[in-house]
Design a protein around this ligand. Structure first.
Ligand code: GDP
Ligand code: GDP
Length: 442
């Protein structure tokens, strides 16, 4: 349950931030490739190119002009940098050092001196690193690292080098906690005002709260362990219900990072949507992150009490349209305010947890695979038939099926979807994404 370091990319436009972002989040493509129609969040992502997993944020461009030219943009970038554990300042090795780079460096030195900052000199493919980086020492931010985001040169080394220093520190922030004692970990996420706090209060009920930890920083979610009907749960509260009561009544800023972290640490995610507002872009963004997390997923459509039958029909149609790529996730209509449907939510959480974490045997897995192959054989590619030999369970939460065979690196998406559905049905993997990985064994 340790926290992943948050890596923020900053720099002027066109230095290669989004190219680097894509490279750093590429390992996740495999999971989300199965969801056509899902718009990826191009600002926040998770990934692992080397030894350490991380969360990466593209802060967008900073013009580097005099402060005040574009205050709103600058504010947003600064807010994103404040959430970071480490800042990667990208510059363009082909363009060389520019006044805008110097402005940004000055801002970073002034505002973020307490955070680790690294200068990454990009677009350096095919050039002598010592020559490329020489002029960037002037930025006063230490030794520049030389990479090519587009070609991938030295990206992995640079990230490993940086996280080697930063990652253990991010771990220490977390109080050691025996994993086995937290029961079913449930992340309650959603955009502001959808009713997360109301729902959490309904779910825990004062008397059931055993204890809770108060995190040191506002970025951390609060964990609330409790028991219900003899089952242990830990709610991961991104709304800050407990803190709000204890300290002062302040509406907290919505943080995508907080939501990503909460989902990362959970077994099951409850994504709360405000039914009376329909499905917004921000809901879809969060859904995308929930899918990336690979966790069990329940979509709770709240404030159902507020809607007449006509509006309810409309919302349901909207859900079918906009959330079709998450059709494995049960939809649950609730009123957190009145408590309607909240009891059933617990049944659903237990079912989804079980589906997401139950191990199936290798022989069962292979029996189902062979049957699926018989019913629909894999397609031909380049005149040869893809051959799947055997499967093993690669992991749980999400259930991951590893299939070995010839040319399995070329299985088309529709066939993977077919297999996913077969496994889902056979093993009752409802409410959880199912991941299929292929290993070529020619
Ligand atoms: P951003 O505005 O900082 O996000 O920059 P982009 O990632 O959009 O990249 C700007 C341009 O630089 C694009 O045309 C990229 O293809 C190009 N680019 C990015 N990384 C490299 C690199 O490592 N080498 C070269 N030669 N071009 C790159
Ligand atoms: P959060 O920001 O997601 O934690 O949202 P809150 O729990 O603070 O709720 C935002 C507002 O929605 C409050 O005024 C709640 O009383 C209201 N609310 C929450 N759940 C419901 C519900 O089920 N029905 C109705 N009508 N209002 C609700």
């Amino acid at each position: 349950m340790s926290r992943k370091p948050v890596v923020a990319l900053v720099g002027r436009p066109n230095v290669g931030k989004s190219t680097l972002f894509n490279r750093l989040t590429k390992s996740r493509d495999a999971i989300v490739a199965d969801y056509p129609g899902l718009t990826r969040d191009r600002q926040y992502g998770t990934g692992k190119v080397g030894k350490y997993p991380y969360i990466v944020v593209d802060t967008g461009g900073l013009s580097g002009e005099e402060a005040g030219v574009n205050p709103l943009m600058e504010q947003q970038v600064i807010a994103a940098l404040e959430e970071a554990d480490v800042i990667l300042f990208l510059v363009d090795g082909q363009a060389g050092l520019t006044p805008a780079d110097e402005q940004i460096a000055a801002m970073l030195r002034q505002k973020f001196a307490h955070k680790p900052i690294y200068v990454l000199v990009n677009k350096a493919e095919g050039r002598d690193p010592d020559v490329v980086k020489a002029e960037f020492y002037q930025l006063g931010l230490g030794e520049p690292l030389v990479i090519s985001a587009e070609h991938g040169d030295h990206v992995r080394e640079a990230i490993d080098y940086i996280l080697e220093i930063v990652a253990p520190k991010a771990d220490e922030d977390e109080a050691p906690e025996p994993d086995d004692d937290s029961g079913i970990r449930v992340a309650v996420v959603g955009r502001p005002n959808v009713g997360k706090s109301t729902l959490i209060n309904r779910m825990i009920g004062e008397e059931r709260v055993v204890a809770y930890d108060m995190p040191g920083t506002t970025r951390d979610s609060i964990r609330v362990p409790f028991e219900r009907d003899g089952v242990k749960y830990t709610l991961i509260d991104t709304a800050g219900v407990r803190r709000r009561k204890k300290v002062y009544d302040k509406i907290e800023k919505f943080s995508v990072i907080k939501a990503i972290e909460a989902m990362d640490q959970a077994h099951v995610v409850v994504l709360v949507i405000d039914g009376s507002e329909g499905i917004t872009d921000q809901d879809q963004t969060l859904l995308g992150h929930a899918l990336e997390s690979g966790r069990g997923l329940i979509i709770a459509i709240n404030k159902w009490d507020n809607l007449d039958p006509d509006q309810r029909r409309q919302v349901k149609a909207d859900l079918d349209l906009k959330l079709q790529f998450a059709d494995f996730a049960p939809r649950h209509f609730i009123s957190a305010l009145h408590g309607t449907g909240v009891g059933n939510l617990f049944d659903m959480i237990r079912q989804v947890y079980k589906a997401a974490t139950t191990r199936v045997s290798t022989s069962e897995l292979n029996r189902v695979l062979q049957q699926a192959l018989l019913e629909h054989q894999p397609p031909m590619v380049s005149g040869r038939r893809i051959k799947m030999r055997y499967a093993h369970l690669g992991g749980i939460n999400p259930p991951t099926v590893v299939i070995h065979g010839n040319m399995v690196d070329r299985v088309p998406q529709h066939y993977t979807r077919y297999l996913t559905n077969v496994f889902r049905k056979a093993f009752g993997w409802e409410g959880t994404p199912v991941k299929i990985e292929y290993r070529v064994t020619d």
